[in-house]
Ligand binder design. Sequence first.
Ligand code: CA
Length: 338
Amino acid sequence: MKFAKFPYFPLAFFCVSAALAAPERIVFDTDMGNDVDDALALSMLHRFQKEGKAEIAAVLVNKGAPEAPVFCAIQNEYFGNGSVPVGHIADGKTPEPGAFAGKVAAAKNSDGSPKYPLPERARGGKFPDAVKLARRVLAESEDGGVVYISVGFLTNAARLLESPPDEISPLTGAELAAKKIKFFSVMGGNFADTKHAEYNIKEDAKSAQIFAKLCPSKIYFSGYEVGDKLRFPQSMLDEKMRPGNPVNAAYKLYAEMVNGGKSDRHDRPSWDLTSVLFVFEPELFGVSESGNVSFDDAGRTKFSPSEGGKSAYLKIPEGRAEKILEKLANAAAYEPLN
Ligand SMILES: [Ca+2]
């Protein structure tokens, strides 16, 4: 009997440590509106914020469409975090609205009111410049206090690193990143098939090249091959989310587009979700040796192992895919109104 208490010591210690851990301060940079995994990734962040693990400092939009930041603001509002600032890129890639952002933003109730309301701060329809917002968040953060998650094109990230000193900070963007960013978690590239140009990199290869060259911080890449193996179980969204949840609505619209309008069912790969999960549960993933990443003009990935290299890429350890998928799905299928 006297040994019975022993197992409680590590558990108690763990609980105290977890309770004391400060939430990760997150900048989330997304091409919201292109694929629907961005919306699921942002849902995960809202859940982690509710659980005290995350603090969403800003959402940056790297897709050119004006509907893209509107959807992000709607999603923030629905998930109870309408005060999170949303920044939009100037002259961004893919200026078309995509399958769901415009439709969700325009949806109306029978009395003509918006079905998915915007937060107060976004009602004028104006969003701050994404790079300025990023500079402000970094300048106001503690040293090493920000994790930058990029799940779209690297346009904003490249422009941030190239940004000169301004009224916000006497530091250049690269200096700010070196001082304030703990690491970048990036969905982009392909580390399994070097002939394949992954979408986030290919659409703006020039920015990806600038980012890879100038980035002073550690970068963890989740390549195409990681999320591609993890098919998101759509049925969980209907199980957990209300029909009025904008993410559930967006997912169905996206699935309809994939199926040419014939069905709204589709288990999509979980690319962007992996870059969020890695920040909060890194032990689930395998991580490559350190090295340097570069991208050619067509957007193909090259990884060169190097002891002092600032980059690494994620892997799914043998037999771990099911566990990772379960974690992703449980975190993303979040209904704040339940
Ligand atoms: Ca994306």
